[in-house]
Design a protein around this ligand. Sequence first.
Ligand SMILES: Cc1cc2nc3c(=O)[nH]c(=O)nc-3n(C[C@H](O)[C@H](O)[C@H](O)COP(=O)(O)O)c2cc1C
Length: 217
Amino acid sequence: MTVTEALNKRSSIRAYLPKPVPKEILMEIFEAAQRTPSWANTQPWEVFVAAGAALGRIKDAAASGGGPGPGGYGGGTDLPMPAQWSEDAKRRTATIGASMQRDCGDAMGQFGPLNAGMYNAPAVIYLCVDKAHGQWSLYDIGAYSQSVMLAAVERGLGTIPAIMLVTRPDVIRKELNIPDNLNIALGIAIGYPDPDNKINNLHTERDDVTTAVRFGE
Ligand SMILES: Cc1cc2nc3c(=O)[nH]c(=O)nc-3n(C[C@H](O)[C@H](O)[C@H](O)COP(=O)(O)O)c2cc1C
């Protein structure tokens, strides 16, 4: 599989088979992702993996106290939510509904419940970053995320980076012994995609590359 093939094959997977991901495979993925670039080689990603009973307790807490509520995300996230989206960002987000109708049919109705239940994922990778670091470290965390997700594709695994995985930072912190100096930036669910759930067929749109990229010559 070429890198371009992996880029095209990756999409967010929202339904997983109840099959654990062997630790050795997760470690292969993390080893590959260690090559991610970072400012001054700071490697600011602090990685915690939730699985088994600990993940079960995080899921229970998210289902009871997390998720979008009137004031935003029920349990709150360590990182502040965006103040607002730009008009262009709103236009792009608005395409998701039609894509879902086209690709997922009836399975569309599962979007909310699967989000609330953390996609029944067998494992969640939590990416944390030191509170002392400024916003630049989030650039490195984002790059690391994509490294993890592409290395997962190469191994037949699905992933989804999701805010819905970090709505109970209090519980995640306790279950995974995450020290107070770290912010929980994002969670990436990982596992074997359920091939029978059409929610996984969602292929989201992108702006045409000729309008997305501008050259100055
Ligand atoms: C920071 C971040 C947060 C996200 N949060 C959620 C989420 O809470 N629920 C969800 O269903 N998808 C979430 N996603 C997945 C995006 O909806 C998805 O990446 C986007 O629509 C593009 O689709 P694709 O990943 O299938 O290419 C998130 C993605 C990112 C990068």
